[in-house]
Design a binder for this molecule. Structure first.
Ligand code: NAP
Ligand code: G3P
Length: 482
């Protein structure tokens, strides 16, 4: 059944529907039904949201940290109480399978609780001058962390709740106020999550939201004079645009990836195949940390491909509302067109289709392409869909060289039974995280999560996120003649 409700925005503690522009319709990639309608905010309304966050910041920062933590706990509980409704919304709005949708919500509740605990435990420190050569015993510095001010959190479509919460929770615990700009496809789910945060008792202005197409309102909100910090997750293209536009505003950018799974001859191939298939095709490959290429040493390539093929063909494909489905329709027709054309170009250039690739609407059957070579775009471009290229290499050195030739540097996996070799390869890989004998993945959420090169800048992960969105403040005591 279609939902014709217009979702307003939370500004200064009240939900306001935009009166200035016609609403944006969000339709389901599952069946085309209307998921909801969003306010397309005007400049004046964006100004109100930014002013609300700015006005509330000092009093929110002054809230005792234990009370901030209590609010996080309450919001986590409310999220869990609404898990059925929220997961259904995710399923219809972004075609995420029900199991992954439920897991996204539970993970977000856990993250809020953990963030509250970390926030409570962060203490300042005292540093003594005479610990530095020539420094004086009369000097002592009290170092505390102070908020950045107003954080603009911009989240992508693929984790509308979790990738918003993982910014909002640490920003708030650090004493910042927040403006959330959710992805348009995903905004209905995100706004329902914000309702939980509000119902938990956040004071007016601590959390505000803005909606509208990024291409329309993006520059106005990222360049807004009242925004002090931007925490962005999304494509490299938009991330680069923002960083060029805002130049002096500090940013965290979590961007695209082309994560490699390097498979060495001594690897347990069944184990590697299980991990690669889960890593590449869950949520149809629409994860920044999806396995996006395999670099396998030639002498075990045939054996690995046979194992991959069997597993891929047993994946359930179709409607995300059905039990056990892994590969679901892509988020938009444009995405499906892009993935299909990338795959077809590689096939025309001589890659071999091992399995999959059939298209029905936005649904693409999980595809594996062998004999992809480095002159094909598929070896380098992020498809954000269920298409996985196999690049055969002659040695581990060649695997590392090709892995590092990518513009991206999010994560890499190394499958081998030789831990010494794994560590030596890990040291040479130009990525934020190397996974030894595991698929790439963000988390557990207290681990540092970062990309290098075109995969981003700055570090997330609960404590790292709080630290990234606060700055040290030193008050130095100078005693007379001690
Ligand atoms: P996207 O198109 O870059 O959009 C991300 C967010 O930016 C959305 O909220 C979007 O709003 C907004 N936006 C678009 N143009 C903007 C502008 N000019 N100024 C400010 N904001 C703007 O990315 P996506 O399609 O949602 O997500 C897929 C991409 O994100 C992939 O490349 C993936 O690898 C990457 N990703 C990275 C990570 C990571 O942690 N490294 C995690 C998840 C996803 P609208 O929706 O209204 O356009
Ligand atoms: O694409 C979102 C990125 O953050 C991946 O998270 O948990 O699926 O590895 P995860």
């Amino acid at each position: 059944m279609s939902n014709t409700r217009i979702y307003g925005n939370l500004i200064n503690g009240e939900w306001r529907v935009s009166r200035d522009n016609p609403p944006i319709e969000v339709s389901s990639p599952v069946d085309g039904s209307l998921v909801g309608r969003l306010s397309s905010m005007s400049q004046e309304e964006l100004d109100l949201a930014a002013a609300s966050a700015k006005a509330a910041q000092k009093s929110w920062a002054a809230y005792p940290v234990y009370r901030k933590a209590e609010l996080m706990y309450r919001a986590a509980q409310l999220l869990e109480e609404r898990v059925e409704e929220l997961s259904d919304c995710l399923t219809m709005e972004i075609a995420k399978d029900k199991k992954s949708a439920v897991s996204e919500i539970k993970r977000s509740a856990d993250l809020l609780r953990y963030t509250a605990d970390v926030g409570k435990s962060l203490q300042g420190e005292a540093i003594f001058g005479d610990s530095f050569p020539g420094g004086s015993r009369d000097k002592m510095s009290c170092v505390t962390r102070t908020p950045m001010g107003t954080v603009l959190a911009i989240s992508p479509f693929n984790y509308p709740i979790n990738l918003a919460i993982s910014k909002i929770g640490p920003a708030l615990m650090g004493g910042n106020t927040v403006i959330l700009k959710p992805a348009t496809q995903g905004a209905v789910s995100a706004l329902k999550m914000v309702e939980c945060m509000q119902q938990a008792g956040l004071p007016a202005g601590a959390l505000n939201t803005v909606t509208g197409l990024g291409s329309v309102i993006g520059d106005a909100i990222t360049g807004h004079k009242d925004v002090d910090f931007i925490n962005f997750t999304g494509s490299t293209e938009v991330g680069e645009h923002i960083s060029q536009l805002v130049s002096m505003t500090p940013v965290i950018l979590e961007l695209g990836g082309k994560d490699a799974a390097i498979v060495l001859p001594d690897a347990d191939l069944d184990f590697a195949a299980d991990n690669i298939v889960e890593g590449a095709y869950s949520y149809s490959g629409q994860r920044c940390t999806a396995v996006k290429r395999i670099l396998v040493v030639d002498k075990v390539a045939d054996a690995l491909i046979e194992k991959l093929k069997a597993r891929i063909e047993s994946l359930k494909v179709g409607d995300p509302r059905e039990e056990g489905v892994t590969v679901t329709p892509l988020v938009s027709e444009k995405s499906a067109d892009f993935v299909e054309s990338l795959m077809n170009r590689a096939l025309k250039q001589g890659a071999r289709l091992v399995t999959g690739g059939r298209r029905e609407g936005n649904l693409i059957y999980p595809a594996l392409l062998d004999r992809v070579t480095t002159d094909m775009d598929l070896a380098w471009v992020e498809p954000f869909g269920p298409v996985l290229p196999v690049v055969r290499v002659q040695s581990e050195d060649e695997a590392v060289e090709i892995a590092n030739r990518s513009e991206y540097g999010l994560q890499s996996s190394v499958f081998t039974n030789n831990l010494n070799r794994a560590f030596s390869i890990a040291a040479r890989l130009e990525v934020g995280t190397v996974q030894i004998n595991n698929k790439p993945e963000r988390g557990p959420d207290n681990f540092p999560f970062l990309g290098v090169k075109s995969s981003g800048m700055g570090t997330q992960g609960v404590r790292y996120s709080i630290e990234s969105m606060t700055r040290p403040k030193a008050v130095t005591i100078n005693l007379a003649g001690g």
